[in-house]
Design a protein around this ligand. Structure first.
Ligand code: GLU
Length: 467
């Protein structure tokens, strides 16, 4: 691939939330620009006035920045609506060249003639020589012989029979250009060399390549990245599946894990590695090596990746990364109850036990709540008949024990042994009495951080409830 001449673009439409498929497309574009010393441009395809919303433009910029693609990483944003003059000129030019024509057929007329809703346009106006007129669409005069071969780095050379490509509309009856045309014209004006996008657009590629050729330009190299599917091999859908990048972000996925995972959808680095430093991905990734078959977007695997990335952070970075979750507006504890030192004391233990950052809240809430969270199921599970007697002994022992994890553990071990209980069994009612949960951070370290006063008070409260 020749180097610095590569110009790619990411061309999202601001018509909804930023989909993980968008994220994958922009990453593929960015990596190609990076590794070739080329340029990535951002073009917002904002000409679908009925569906565009300005806040979604900001959503696109934010999502890119979160992935690590800040404004210095691309040119733009450019807006498709700013290319309107170019769109009009292209339509005029194709008409002047005889490569496009006016058409006044309604959909119903076409359906009535072909006897089907699905047959496509029958070429009725192709040779009628209609002049411009109110409500007349413009159609591209598709060559009906031969075939159109596109060069696609992922798919080789898909070949499309021209006889099956209808004379498609390039401008609507009101003169506005359709997506197929606007998208090509913008790419031409911007000097795009590689069009990297999702497989959903593969059927558009032969029509678009015909437009490039009709306008006497060298068509781009195409890359149609594999479709993303769920565990049932269904195409990801926003109604059924989790696909909004923002939702993953809000749940505490790390951008580093997300972009690593997304790059592996259809591609694998050398060796058996999956968790790969970003610089290695940029160095090794080859579009030519991307597998064209549908790629399973496996949230479980992404979650495991995220856990790995969390464990790979320094404790300081982990503490920092947790802050948005520990200081959000919808916390179970009073904001002033948050204690940074207490959190820092358990952070390293928590870091190995969560897969997404939002899980930090239920893991450490017992430190900041006035009372342990109420969980009746946990209570019922841990508070068996002998619990009260055991807790009473623990209160006595903890009232005087040296307040360190090891001594607290030794004290409980002894109390358990006297009653023929292994530590795990003896621990269960204590854990639920103090933290409200049956699982969580190592118990004795938790108690050490919580302090004698609050621990004993919670044990006493549990005893009261049991008696
Ligand atoms: N606006 C189109 C989309 O978001 C762009 C397709 C393309 O990249 O050519 O699907």
């Amino acid at each position: 691939m020749s180097s610095s001449t590569i110009r790619v673009r990411f061309a999202p439409s601001p018509t909804g939330m930023f989909h993980v498929g968008n994220a994958r497309s922009v990453l593929f574009n960015w990596v190609l620009a990076r590794q070739s010393g080329g340029t990535m441009m951002l073009r917002i395809e904002d000409t679908d006035a009925a569906r565009n919303r300005p806040e979604w433009v900001q959503g696109i910029l934010d999502a890119m920045a979160w992935l690590g693609i800040g404004p210095q990483e691309y040119e733009g944003p450019l807006f498709q609506s700013d290319f309107a003059q170019h769109h009009r000129e292209a339509i005029e030019r194709l008409l002047a060249l005889g490569l496009a024509y006016y058409c006044d057929c309604s959909r119903d007329q076409v359906n009535a003639r072909t006897g089907s809703e699905h047959k496509g346009y029958d070429g009725f106006c192709r040779d009628r020589g209609l002049p411009a007129g109110d409500g007349r669409a413009v159609r591209f005069r598709t060559p009906h012989e031969g075939s159109t071969v596109i060069v696609d780095l992922v798919r080789g050379k898909p070949t499309f029979d021209n006889a099956l490509i209808e004379d498609f509309v390039i401008a609507r009856g009101n003169g506005s250009p359709v997506f197929l045309l606007a998208n090509v014209v913008d790419d031409m004006v911007m000097g795009i060399t590689h069009v990297i996008r999702a497989e959903e657009h593969l059927p558009n590629a032969p029509k678009q390549q015909l437009l490039w050729e009709a306008m006497g330009a060298e068509p781009p190299v195409w890359v149609h990245a594999p479709i993303l599917v769920n565990e049932k091999r269904q195409k990801l859908s926003k109604r059924r599946d989790r696909v909004a990048l923002e939702d993953f972000r809000a749940e505490g996925y790390l951008p580093e894990a997300m972009r690593n995972y997304l790059m592996l959808l259809g591609w694998a680095p050398s060796g058996d590695r999956e968790i790969v430093p970003w610089d290695d991905i940029v160095a090794e990734f080859r579009l030519e090596d991307v597998n064209p078959s549908p790629a399973f977007f496996d949230v479980k695997k992404l979650r495991a990746f995220n856990g790995e990335y969390i464990r790979g952070m320094s404790v300081e970075a982990f503490i920092e990364a947790c802050q948005p979750w520990l200081r959000s507006e919808s916390l179970p504890w009073r904001a002033e109850a948050y204690d940074a030192d207490a959190f820092a004391a358990v952070a390293e233990l928590a870091q190995t036990r969560i897969s997404v950052l939002s899980e930090i809240v239920p893991m450490v809430d017992f430190l900041f709540l006035d009372e342990p969270p109420a969980d009746e199921a946990a209570w019922a599970k841990a508070m068996k008949a002998d619990a009260a007697e055991l807790l009473a002994a623990v209160v006595d022992a903890f009232a005087v024990a040296e307040w360190r994890a090891e001594t607290l553990k030794a004290a409980l071990e002894e109390i358990g042994a006297e009653r023929g209980l292994k530590l795990g069994k003896a621990q269960a009612p204590v854990r639920v009495a103090v933290t409200g949960r049956t699982v969580g951070l190592p118990l004795f370290e938790s108690l050490e951080v919580l302090g004698r006063e609050r621990t004993v008070a919670r044990l006493r409260a549990a005893l009261d409830r049991l008696s």
